[in-house]
Design a protein around this ligand. Structure first.
Ligand SMILES: Cc1cc2nc3c(=O)[nH]c(=O)nc-3n(C[C@H](O)[C@H](O)[C@H](O)COP(=O)(O)O)c2cc1C
Length: 203
């Protein structure tokens, strides 16, 4: 485990993307610092019937077991855990994905709120000029949402909306989820075989 990444879940719809991404990152031998907002937990319950343990320690153990991760490979952090490595440019992973990303969190990040560990971690990645990927979901987008995303895109943040394509002829929800997760992994530079690539094979 010599690669580390921060994966943050917020309260937008799309929990299955986050869970599949977590699984792929564990399989790719990443150490994953995991942050989940209170609203993300509500969405997880609603969409995936998953009730995650409240304490970061219990959540880390639960997820390590769930995903067959090594001990210490998934490190869940509390929202006011200011001494977590992700809170400082001297220790934070250079890559972070917020998936799914609510419009509330888009706004907080765009405005540098840093009011909880998740927002602070994103702020750190931006200031350290690391790689921050947001996977927003809302429909329609308001001008507020679009302005916030434009501001972030201009700062070098990758805005990758949860908008799977249909040209690979998906047969299941899992296929649609994998389409998005494959694109995220591509941007992170993580090898995968989730989907075939665009080209003559699709013609
Ligand atoms: C089931 C459910 C689905 C939601 N879907 C979205 C969504 O797709 N996009 C969004 O921006 N907010 C959505 N919300 C609202 C956010 O969860 C809410 O604005 C929350 O304050 C976001 O907080 P967070 O950014 O700290 O996670 C949803 C809420 C629930 C309960």
């Amino acid at each position: 485990m010599n690669k580390a990444i921060t994966l943050a879940l917020t309260g937008a719809s799309g929990a299955p993307y986050a869970l599949r991404l977590l699984q792929c990152l564990v399989q790719a031998d990443y150490r994953v610092y995991l942050l989940a907002s209170s609203a993300a937990r509500v969405v997880l319950k609603t969409e995936q019937q998953q009730d995650w343990p409240g304490s970061p320690k219990a959540l880390s153990a639960y997820l390590c077991h769930q995903y067959g991760a090594k001990e210490g490979q998934i490190i869940a952090c509390g929202k006011e855990e200011w001494f977590s490595p992700v809170a400082s440019g001297s220790a934070a992973p250079k890559q972070m994905v917020v998936c799914p990303c609510s419009m509330g969190t888009v706004s907080a990040i765009a405005n540098g709120a840093s009011d909880n560990l998740l927002e602070r971690a994103a702020d750190v990645v931006i200031k350290e000029r690391g790689q921050l990927i947001l996977v927003p979901r809302e429909s329609p987008f308001s001008a507020i949402h679009l302005e916030n995303m434009l501001k972030l895109a201009r700062l070098g943040v990758t805005i990758m909306p949860a908008a799977p394509g249909f040209y690979h002829e998906p047969k299941s929800i899992e296929d649609l989820v994998d389409f998005m997760v494959a694109r995220i992994l591509d941007h992170l530079g993580v090898e995968h075989a989730l989907t075939s690539r665009w080209g003559y094979a699709n013609a």
